[in-house]
Ligand binder design. Structure first.
Ligand code: E4P
Length: 215
């Protein structure tokens, strides 16, 4: 399973990269706006800092606008993946972007039927937002499970990129289902490493060793 970081923050990106855990980055207009400043400069710095794919999202809502923006976004680096919203105009744009061999990430996906359409149109990634579905009392992971079955039934190459991740159980369940990628907020990736028994065990080992040295 690949780990992407769901952020536009360069410090977080560099820190997770140093851990050796960074396979890629996903951004969105909200995450970009949180960083402030010149978004073009920020996008360019992110693309340079990451070896893997970096998703940058279009703002336009017509396919003409999306195509125009996509052509601009790919100039930030060879690792750019253009994020397209799951709306009819987005589907039109997908077809053309596939013909131009521009990688795409279909975002704001909330149902297996939406994922199926994106896969049929040759999206590189499809991003189900599991946390937002859970928030409505629906099971985000059940949707991802259905997407996995559908994609496997038809050997779609589109990768399932689990997004809107809220906690480590979303990551564990993604692994059990066989999702290709999870995109994680910085706090969640750090949470994956932690266990109180690890900290307690290490403290005991070090204390015992120190006592042994002082015998
Ligand atoms: C994915 O690419 C999105 O940026 C992200 O996961 C959205 O999640 P949210 O529900 O935390 O905003």
């Amino acid at each position: 399973m690949e780990f992407f970081l769901d952020t536009a923050n360069l410090d977080q990106i560099r820190e997770v990269n140093e851990l050796g855990l960074l396979d890629g980055v996903t951004t969105n207009p909200t995450l970009m706006s949180r960083e402030g400043g010149d978004w073009r400069e920020q996008a360019s710095l992110i693309c340079d800092a990451v070896d893997g794919p970096v998703s940058l999202e279009v703002i336009g809502t017509t396919h003409e606008e999306m195509i125009k923006e996509a052509k601009d976004l790919v100039s930030f680096g060879p690792n750019v993946v253009v994020k397209i919203p799951m709306i009819p105009e987005g589907m039109k744009a997908l077809k053309e972007l596939r013909e131009r061999e521009i990688k795409t990430n279909v975002t704001l996906v909330f149902s297996p039927s939406q994922a199926l359409l994106a896969a049929k149109l040759g999206a590189t990634y499809v991003s189900p937002f599991v946390g937002r579905l859970d928030g409505l009392g629906q099971s985000g992971m059940e949707s991802v499970d259905q997407m996995r079955t559908i994609f496997d039934n038809y050997s779609f190459a589109t990768k399932i990129l689990v997004a809107s991740v809220r906690h480590p159980m979303h990551v564990i369940e993604s692994g059990l289902i066989g999702a290709d990628v999870v995109t994680l907020p910085y706090a969640t990736i750090m949470q994956l490493m932690q266990h109180p028994l690890t900290d307690k065990g290490l403290a005991t080992f070090l204390a015992d060793w120190e006592a042994f040295q002082n015998e």
